[in-house]
Design a protein around this ligand. Structure first.
Ligand code: DGL
Length: 284
């Protein structure tokens, strides 16, 4: 007796592929309070070059790290609604403060994958020889229960020091990351950690990778610095594959940048960090 399943399977796979081809060119929305998330955007661009990317910097409201949870949740909802209106197929919250403050409610409200940033505490605790790890975060993150619960999970194997760094994001946003002010501020935050014998520093804010070389200058090159652009990109890729949303096009995708505080100096700062001249559009 002839069997039908093969024909059925073939039909299913073909229609599935057609569906994926139709939806996969939809953009991925990436956002942060400012330029910090560009390190994650850069990693996504390198590893998923065919994807179309939208980046939103909520610069007008930066720093999120000094704002209330309610305010951050409202901004995150507004940005996510805008991405959805742009037909985004996934959203990357490229901001630790927004992730701990708003990702749970965002996931509840949206039907598309939402990827957040989680500080690399687990790998840091595993590789620290002295079993002394510091995590640099914004003030809002340092006080957040979701974040404190994550730290608690690894506190039995390592001493974990939480260091809030108020003022640092502002200096980075003002393009003063190489200034004496920035060096003095970072030294004040790092010196007590060096004295405690910390050998691993987790960057728990996406702005802080922009001052990695300054951290090395202050702490020396023996310190290990851990950030999260790579694991976030891998998680995004896994989610796109799981939801059949990978862009099947062979063409290089687009990258479009928006800021709630659009100005010539912002555009220059974005171009400098992105290492390529770009046009900055007004958000929303
Ligand atoms: N880059 C953000 C983070 O990862 C937010 C910094 C801020 O706006 O305070 O926490």
């Amino acid at each position: 007796m002839p069997t039908q399943p093969k024909a059925n399977t073939h039909t299913f796979i073909t229609s599935d592929l057609v569906k994926q081809q139709n939806t996969s060119s939809r953009p991925i929305g990436v956002f942060d309070s400012g330029i910090g998330g560009l390190s994650i955007m850069h990693c996504i661009k390198q590893q998923l070059p065919n994807e179309n990317l939208l980046y939103v910097a909520d610069t007008l409201n930066a720093p999120y790290g000094e704002k209330s949870t309610v305010f951050i949740q409202q901004r995150v909802n507004d940005i996510a609604d805008w991405f959805v209106a742009k037909n985004a197929k996934a959203i990357v919250v490229a901001c630790n403060t927004a992730t701990v403050s708003a990702i749970d409610q965002l996931r509840q409200n949206l039907a598309i994958p939402v990827i957040g940033v989680e500080p690399a505490i687990k790998p840091a605790a595993q590789q620290s020889k002295q079993k002394k790890v510091a995590i640099l975060v914004t003030k809002t993150t340092a006080e957040n229960q979701r974040f404190l619960a994550l730290v608690q999970q690894y506190s039995n194997t390592s001493e974990i020091y939480i260091q809030a760094c108020p003022g640092l994001v502002e200096l980075i946003e003002q393009d003063k990351k190489n200034s004496l002010d920035c060096e003095l501020m970072l030294t004040a935050y790092l010196q007590p950690l060096i004295e405690k014998g910390v050998d691993t520093i987790v960057l728990g804010c996406t702005h802080y990778p922009l001052v990695t070389s300054l951290i090395h200058e202050i702490c020396g090159n023996n310190i290990t610095i851990m950030e999260t652009a790579q694991p976030v990109t891998e998680q995004l890729q896994r989610q796109l594959i799981a939801h059949q949303l990978i862009n099947l096009s062979t063409h290089v995708g687009s990258a479009t940048f928006y800021s709630s505080q659009n100005s010539i100096s912002q555009q220059q700062l974005f171009s400098h960090i992105w290492q390529q001249s770009l046009s900055l559009h007004k958000f929303p």
